[in-house]
Design a protein. Structure first.
Length: 113
């Protein structure tokens, strides 16, 4: 089953985890056949939010919500169950500085298309 591990960090810890540590862990997951994809994100100063309400488009600089921790990157993994996904998430290096949100990925229901 696919799980998305969303990495959240506050601005103080945005660069606290060196890229090479994340890269090493990602390579370990690749070698085990567990990492499907993963990428870090640029900091929030580069974010743009798009909303469409009642046919009107609103474009705003910055992230969607004002929160202390912001989305910093993601790991798309393949795990046999939630327990394995949580064990993988524990090893993601930025977990020591922020939060890892683990969510199962669902397939789109295309039966009504």
């Amino acid at each position: 089953m696919k799980y998305l591990c969303l990495v959240y960090l506050d601005q103080e810890h945005w660069n606290a985890c060196p890229d090479h540590l994340c890269g090493q862990y990602a390579q370990e997951l690749v070698d085990k056949g567990k990492l499907l994809h993963g990428e870090p994100l640029h900091d929030i100063s580069t974010a743009t939010t798009v909303r469409v309400r009642n046919g009107q488009v609103s474009i705003t600089d910055g992230p969607f919500a004002e929160t202390k921790e912001l989305l910093a990157g993601f790991y798309l993994i393949d795990a046999k169950d939630l327990n394995e996904a949580l064990r993988i998430a524990e090893g993601i290096p930025p977990a020591k500085h922020g939060t890892i949100e683990v969510r199962p990925v669902r397939e789109l229901d295309m039966s009504g298309a």
